[in-house]
Ligand binder design. Structure first.
Ligand code: FAD
Length: 378
């Protein structure tokens, strides 16, 4: 336990994203714990942060965040902190001079090949294109064996090379376990039973999560700067697990993104929320137009181009066997470190969607609450 004269906390939580903020809320409201939450960024909400830019257009700073889940209990939990608006996400892919629905569906096939297939014929078409691969090892094998080489090259090869900086033939098959293709005209990107966006945005949702008087929030504060100054019993760490241990086993590799935000003097830029650019002729992977996601009416519109890079904030753990192994070794160190709980996408070195992180935080709370009940009985 660390001591300072400034008062003591039951929990110090590093990171005000979904993982840290959900746990802070539960610990404060359910167990009456005193919690300090810090974040090195100048704002709450982690990567889900949204705000009104200088032109008054509502944007997501770290790329499009679309809430979708099949878990009623996650929706029930978050509904205490926000109202919702329905939003079904749609994505088009720019292929040659056409913008076609992705995941590949009946419309995609008819547009690309100038055909008039029905559902049965589309299924037959895909089967006839598939190229059997005897031993499926890589991401390329998965896609080629399901939709054939031509569609693989149109939609997957270039996009994956840009996204990961690796050819699909170098990525494990688990990265693309299944290629979602549809033979009907359903053009929704997700099929989850809940496809909704927080009505007033993610940042407003987080303000409500963190509003409890037992929660003290400090922004623009790095854990390193306060680790020996704040007086706490237990640490919840949602930052990068390798950073916590001073990278002593080596750095866990991440793919990073550079976001180029632009506001345009026109009401609409593109026909849907996201357009993907699979071709390697352009350096970005996709363009997002936020007004589709937020429902905002405004005479201007804001878009974000995403450029994958090796440098910058950690976004996507790189799914390769040697990285999973390195993470396992950090996890062993974490298990041998009493008084600290690691979670969230950076603490778990795992790409999680928001609903999954909320689920992980709620499960961690249950675990801590049981330990707390045990302590009280002791
Ligand atoms: P984060 O939101 O990253 O929060 C961690 C916080 O910890 C950060 O704010 C960071 O500043 C802080 N921190 C780290 N280290 C320290 C330190 N040493 N000291 C102080 N503070 C520290 N999910 C979906 O469900 N739908 C989507 O559409 C979607 N789109 C995405 C798009 C992109 C481009 C990316 C990268 C992710 C997307 N996600 C999406 C995933 C979503 O962002 C994550 O599930 C969610 O942000 C995870 O929450 P978290 O709390 O684990 O991490």
């Amino acid at each position: 336990m660390k001591r300072t004269p400034s008062g003591s906390y039951d929990y110090l939580i590093v990171g005000a994203g979904f993982a840290g903020s959900v746990l802070a809320e539960r610990l404060a409201t359910q167990l009456g714990k005193r919690v300090m939450v810090i974040d090195r960024r100048p704002h709450i909400a982690g990567n889900a942060f949204d705000h009104y830019n200088e032109d008054g257009v509502w944007v997501h700073r770290y790329g499009p965040h679309i809430f979708h889940t099949n878990a009623q209990r996650i929706v029930d939990y978050l509904s205490q902190f926000t109202e919702w608006r329905p939003y079904e996400h749609r994505v088009l892919a720019q292929v040659n001079d056409q913008q076609v629905p992705i995941p590949i569906n009946l419309t995609t096939l008819n547009m690309l090949y100038d055909l008039d297939l029905d559902e049965t014929q589309a299924a037959e078409f895909l089967t006839s294109r598939a190229e059997p691969v005897e031993n499926i090892r890589t991401s390329e094998d998965v896609v080629v064996s399901q939709v054939g080489r031509e569609l693989y090259e149109m939609f997957f090869r270039g996009y994956t090379r840009k996204q990961w900086g690796l050819d699909p033939s170098e990525l494990d098959k688990s990265v693309t376990a299944r290629v979602p293709t549809r033979t009907n005209t359903d053009d929704r990107y997700f099929t989850d039973s809940f496809q909704i966006m927080p009505k007033d945005g993610y940042t407003a949702l987080f303000e409500n999560l963190l509003a409890h008087p037992n929660i003290t929030l400090q922004l623009g504060v790095d854990f390193e700067a306060v680790r020996d100054q704040v007086d706490y019993h237990h640490l919840i760490y949602t930052g990068p697990i390798d950073e916590y241990f001073g990278y002593q086993l080596g750095k866990l590799p991440y793919r990073c993104l550079r976001f180029q935000h632009e506001t345009l003097n026109q009401e609409v830029f593109q026909p849907v929320g996201v357009v993907n650019y699979p071709s390697e002729d352009v350096p970005y992977t996709r363009i997002t137009e936020y007004k589709y996601l937020t429902g905002q009416q405004h005479p201007k519109t804001s878009v974000t181009y995403e450029f994958p890079t090796d440098q910058g904030d950690p976004y996507y753990p790189i799914p390769r066997a040697e990285n999973t192994e390195l993470y396992r070794r950090y996890r062993a160190l974490a298990n041998a470190t009493p008084g600290v709980t690691f979670l969230g996408r950076l603490g778990s070195y795992r790409y999680y969607n928001m609903d999954q992180v909320v689920g992980q935080a709620l499960a961690t709370f249950e675990y801590l609450a049981e330990a707390h009940a045990g302590d009280s009985l002791a």
